[in-house]
Design a protein around this ligand. Structure first.
Ligand SMILES: *Cc1c(COP(=O)(O)O)cnc(C)c1O
Length: 378
């Protein structure tokens, strides 16, 4: 038996959605062609874009389709930066690498403030407020942290920024499908989503850009996506993305209840089996599908390998450090503790999992723990 418990890294592509996309493959035209074949494709594209926009309460012309959230985050940050002479930016040091490293690059040229997280996993909205300068043009704070599941105070931040005038960019990749993502309600000016975190395909995502905000294209060419992202539209994946978004939204409460059950059961099994652990951050302020656990009795690198051999597939921190186990920058930011950052593991759950999966994960963890600590099986 093996168990995948790394759904924050990626989710399996929903086969029903894939089938629907394949069924529509005859409509293969280029939406930019002016003949009927092109116009048919364009009609489809407009339909998908409208559905996508509706899912986050946006207008179709506010949706820029991209190759994923990484590109969307790059476009948001660099696209806003380019229009300003002497800008200041605020972000956090718990952002996904696609935000953090983009700002790291920008910081060689521009003034960038990186806020760290508190032990509860959140950044402090008051500290953010105090970091604002007259020339602050853009603030990037994620909705839900991908390593700890900690929800960030995005509503509070939006309020603060409304009074100041700086734009608000929210990476909502780990929020959508688990909580309501409504751009109006949230007060976001720019917002990022990804297809493969919500049972859609890899290689598709979007940037929501509020009407009227100027953004400089980072991929130039034709006038696709209202000249903000050139290149022939990936119509099949855009269709799949729209279907995955609609489904994630329609089934959100059912899915999150199941995720929460899996997560709670997992925590309870660790307690029952007397495997020492601590949850990183505040478990009461986290998304339903992620828990990050500190095991002081072993390094994450060892545990990941042992679990992998036992058929349990998890991550230490984010998947984005390409196969290497680095101390988690998120745990480090929260606790300022290198050892804890090296001994923490993320488990991320899905409505597709069953109770037996949780039992299996706990059983394998117990075997590894006992072996390491020469503890007799209870
Ligand atoms: C996965 C993830 C991304 C990157 O999305 P891609 O579509 O894989 O580029 C960005 N932000 C967060 C929070 C993520 O979890």
């Amino acid at each position: 038996m093996s168990v995948y418990v790394d759904y924050a890294a990626t989710t399996p592509f929903d086969k029903k959605i894939l089938e629907e996309v394949v069924d529509n493959a005859e409509n293969f035209g280029n939406p930019s062609s002016i003949h009927r074949i092109g116009k048919n494709a364009k009609a489809d594209l407009q339909n998908y874009r409208r559905k996508i926009a509706e899912c986050i309460n946006a207008k179709p012309n506010e949706i820029i389709l991209t190759s994923g959230a990484t590109e969307a985050n790059n476009l948001a940050i660099k696209g806003i930066a380019k229009g300003h002479a002497n800008p200041h930016f605020i972000t956090t040091d718990i952002e996904h690498a696609s935000v953090r490293n983009t700002y790291q690059d920008l910081s060689e040229e521009y003034d960038v403030t990186f806020l760290s997280a508190k032990e509860n996993g959140q950044i402090d909205a008051e500290e953010l407020k105090n970091s604002l300068k007259d020339n602050t043009v853009l603030v990037s704070v994620m909705m839900v942290n991908n390593e700890t599941g900690s929800m960030q105070p995005v509503f509070e931040i939006a309020e603060v920024l409304k009074a100041h005038g700086a734009l608000f960019h929210v990476d909502a990749v780990q929020g959508f499908g688990h909580m309501d993502v409504d751009v109006e309600n949230l007060g976001a000016d720019l917002l990022t989503l990804s297809g493969h975190k919500i049972y859609g395909p890899k290689g598709i995502g979007l940037l929501y850009l509020k009407e009227g905000i100027k953004l400089s294209a980072q991929i130039t060419g034709g006038s696709h996506e209202l000249s903000r992202r050139a290149g022939t539209e990936n119509i099949m994946w855009i269709q799949a993305f729209s279907l995955a978004m609609e489904k994630a939204k329609a089934h959100r409460s059912k899915r999150t209840i199941k995720e929460m059950q899996m997560k709670e059961r997992f925590i309870n099994e660790l307690i029952e089996k007397k495997i020492p652990f601590e949850v990183n951050g505040d478990v009461n302020n986290q998304t339903s599908h992620i828990v990050n656990v500190y095991f002081d009795w072993t390094e994450a690198e060892f545990l990941l390998t042992a679990l992998d051999m036992a058929g349990i597939f998890v991550s230490a921190g984010s998947a984005c450090n390409a196969g290497t186990v680095q101390p988690s920058h998120v745990i480090r930011s929260m606790y300022d503790d290198e050892e804890r950052a090296l001994k923490s593991i993320r488990f991320s759950f899905s409505h597709l999992m069953a109770e037996e999966d949780i039992t299996e994960i706990a059983a394998q963890l117990e075997i590894i723990y006992n072996r390491l600590n020469k503890r007799e099986m209870i």
